[in-house]
Design a protein around this ligand. Structure first.
Ligand SMILES: Cc1cc2nc3c(=O)[nH]c(=O)nc-3n(C[C@H](O)[C@H](O)[C@H](O)COP(=O)(O)OP(=O)(O)OC[C@H]3O[C@@H](n4cnc5c(N)ncnc54)[C@H](O)[C@@H]3O)c2cc1C
Length: 324
């Protein structure tokens, strides 16, 4: 059986949580060896962590050309890794950069793509991806027929990352031929969108999310304060982001981000199906809402019925006092 290639997303050589999750899933469900692709400056430093999660071979391309967002060179790197590994199945984190690269690589290799997969199973030797559709109201199982390779974009936090006990992988430096077309565009400026020193939502263990019940943008100060005493990230419903109360990149849900923190607190969020599609796998869900019939209570582990403006300030004060 040909190996599965995992396209690793990393931060200066440290694989992101989602990459470790996908390597684990490939090892546990793939039925074959797991190879990984690490590209960009400092990428090789990520090989050991990939090995700890089950990768046996790491194709490393320490390329300055992909130091910043650079689609064309990254496509060339991915295609080179496919040729080098002989993989017919590729798993990648379903984030915008990876999806951009994979879409083009699939066209170039005549492959097929299944996006936003939350589970993987084997049908014989073929991978099958499970993905929610219609905001999680239905589940579909999809596999790539005909075209090879088969690319599966895996949602963050769909799997738990577990170390395999294995040693470091064999590191294979990747040879990538770049023609002129691969360097037609270059990044001239990167503007960081500040998360206010808070963790990235898809990586965070705690998320405090706010919705229309906050009343206005100022209401988000309470959500930020609670997030800060819990060392968590701030999330938002689409009603809140559409109203301009909080930036869109904090939106959780069907058309926002999928999160799976240990603790999710939703304040003034009704829990519409499109919102739940992005957070229902949180380990512990706390809902704060003045309407006892709000749908979020149906999936909450703990519910507080009442006005969030009365509930949050003393809660923040008490937690801050305990934190010291
Ligand atoms: C195609 C499509 C995609 C969508 N994608 C997303 C998505 O990705 N993410 C998303 O979130 N939504 C999404 N939506 C929108 C979704 O359907 C809901 O409209 C949205 O989630 C509602 O946001 P909300 O819960 O903040 O607001 P509301 O539904 O208005 O709920 C506000 C809640 O706050 C409570 N409240 C009010 N005042 C207080 C108070 N003082 N104290 C406590 N509670 C209070 C109310 O009782 C109410 O339950 C999508 C919709 C469509 C059609």
């Amino acid at each position: 059986m040909s190996p599965i290639l995992v396209f690793v997303d990393h931060d200066h050589g440290t694989p992101k949580k989602v990459s470790n999750q996908i390597i684990t899933a490939a090892r546990q469900r793939g039925g074959g060896e797991v190879h990984v692709l690490l590209m960009g400056e400092g990428a090789g430093a990520g090989a050991a962590q990939a090995g700890a999660h089950g990768a046996t071979t790491a194709y490393v391309w320490e390329a300055g050309e992909v130091a910043e967002y650079a689609t064309e060179p990254a496509v060339a790197g991915l295609v080179a890794a496919l040729e080098a590994s002989g993989a017919t199945t590729v798993l990648y984190p379903a984030d915008p950069f990876m999806s951009d690269v994979v879409g083009r690589a699939a066209v170039r290799t005549d492959g097929g793509v299944v996006t936003d997969v939350v589970d993987l199973t084997l049908d014989g030797t073929e991978m099958v991806g499970t993905k929610p559709i219609f905001g999680g109201a239905m589940i579909s199982r999809c596999k790539v027929r005909g075209g090879r390779p088969a690319f599966y974009g895996v949602a963050a936090n769909a799997f738990a990352a577990e170390e395999s006990g294995g040693g470091p992988p064999e590191v294979v430096p990747l040879e990538v031929d770049l023609d002129d077309t691969a360097t037609r565009t270059r990044v001239v400026e990167v503007v960081e969108q500040s998360a206010g020193g808070r963790p990235e939502m898809t990586e965070a263990g705690v998320i405090v999310a706010g919705g229309r019940g906050l009343g206005d943008a100022e209401g988000f100060r309470l959500v930020e304060q609670l997030a800060d005493v819990l060392d968590g990230a701030v999330g938002a419903s689409r009603a809140a982001t559409d109203a301009g109360w909080y930036p869109h990149q904090h939106q959780i849900g069907q058309t926002g981000k999928t999160v799976a923190p240990q603790l999710y607190i939703g304040a003034g969020i009704s829990g519409a199906i499109q919102h739940r599609a992005g957070m229902q796998t949180a380990q512990t869900i706390v809902a704060i809402n003045k309407d006892a019939d709000a749908p979020l209570f149906a999936i909450a582990d703990f519910g507080v019925v009442g006005d969030l403006h009365k509930i949050l300030p003393p809660l923040i004060e008490e937690l801050a006092a305990r934190k010291g």
